[in-house]
Design a binder for this molecule. Structure first.
Ligand SMILES: NC(=O)c1ccc[n+]([C@@H]2O[C@H](COP(=O)([O-])OP(=O)(O)OC[C@H]3O[C@@H](n4cnc5c(N)ncnc54)[C@H](O)[C@@H]3O)[C@@H](O)[C@H]2O)c1
Length: 331
């Protein structure tokens, strides 16, 4: 799959890691010490100027940062110089048939961010809880003094026909995917408008663009996220804050690639595995581009664009990362 090839090697990654910036500075210093003033000036003129990382000084809050797309956002932003505060629930939700992230997952995100040259603080918080979401933003302000970027990414998936859906199943999805985005957005808006600058990217889904049988609660939550983002975009448009969504098709994360999903996809196999599941998905891809799914880094790249100054006048939009799936929905 072509999408994998971008991880850590694209132009964004090259521009970012502070390790390579330090290496360039160290080299220039060595030339000056050994070759005298005149040739030092020449060497300095020839040395390629190392541009500052594009998000240097920026502070990003990412919900659902312990793994999956949240982790990919954290690593890419760190490669571009941002400081990250990541939160995650770090405990199960009983109506789901797959596990949510653990402290070990969060520790791995922290390790990868630091390896990319970034600062990371991880917080255990459930975005369903408005006070906890507010606490996440307050922690970022306390530790880092500002919040420039919000990636409202935390979300869960479950499948059930509407007629059999329980109140609890419906509630868990809506509370996490819709209230969760509302709670963290509401907490972030005041500091962003106060500083006259902010970028919010909420994670909707291809399921926020269409109906999917067996996923009515998930579709409702993801359509709702687009509505939240568009309305908020208008409210803060004159205050330097942009609000957009990304709408991914299936993404290769534990939300769709987990033992329960393997069993559903391979009902006649007594011992379904990740390898068998991935082979089946490759044989029978659902996207027009013929890939079984996109990778978390593909979505992170789209979010990074929406956070950048290149997208300063893009607000209230929903950007599909759907391997062609967007061409099959009505305009
Ligand atoms: N994977 C896909 O196919 C796909 C496609 C489209 C959209 N999405 C959306 O992308 C987002 C990220 O999902 P992912 O695929 O990376 O899945 P994931 O399960 O790997 O990551 C989601 C993270 O959110 C955390 N989380 C869940 N509920 C939380 C809560 N109440 N409070 C705080 N953290 C919570 C989880 O512990 C996990 O770390 C979700 O909003 C999901 O709905 C996923």
């Amino acid at each position: 799959m072509t999408s994998n090839s971008k991880t850590g090697s694209g132009p964004e990654a090259d521009a970012g890691p502070s390790v390579s910036r330090r290496a360039v500075m160290g080299m220039a210093g060595g030339v000056i010490a050994s070759a005298g003033m005149a040739s030092a000036a020449g060497a300095a003129a020839q040395a390629p100027a190392s541009p500052p990382a594009r998000f240097a000084g920026k502070v990003a809050v990412i919900t659902g940062a312990a793994r999956g797309m949240g982790r990919a956002h954290a690593v890419l932003l760190a490669q571009n110089g941002a400081t990250i505060l990541g939160c995650d629930i770090l405990e199960p939700i009983a109506t789901l048939d797959y596990p949510l992230a653990t402290q070990a997952d969060m520790d791995e995100t922290a390790r990868l961010v630091r390896e990319a040259g970034g600062r990371f603080v991880g917080v255990k918080a459930d975005v369903r809880d408005a006070a906890a979401a507010t606490g996440v933003i307050e922690r970022a302000l306390k530790d880092f003094g500002r919040v420039d970027f919000l990636l409202a990414n935390a979300g869960i998936y479950a499948s059930a026909p509407l007629a059999q859906m329980t109140d609890q199943q419906f509630d868990d999805i809506i509370r996490t995917n819709l209230y969760g985005v509302f709670n963290i957005m509401r907490a972030a808006v005041a500091p962003m408008t106060r500083q006259g600058y902010g970028r919010i990217v909420a994670t909707s889904s291809a399921a926020g663009r269409m109906g999917i049988a067996g996923s009515a609660h998930y579709c409702a939550s993801k359509w709702g996220v687009i509505g939240l983002a568009k309305a908020l975009a208008l409210e803060v448009a004159k205050q330097g804050v942009t609000v957009n969504c990304v709408c991914p098709t299936g993404v290769n994360t534990p939300l769709v690639n987990n033992p329960a999903a393997w069993r559903r996809a391979l009902p006649n196999d007594p011992a379904p595995t990740r390898e068998k599941f991935e082979a089946r998905m490759r044989e029978n891809p659902h996207t027009p581009q013929g890939v079984p799914w996109v990778e978390p880094e593909d979505v992170a790249a789209a979010a990074l664009f929406l956070l950048s100054d290149d997208a300063a006048h893009i607000t209230g939009t929903a950007l599909d990362v759907a391997a062609g799936g967007a061409a099959t929905t009505m305009a």
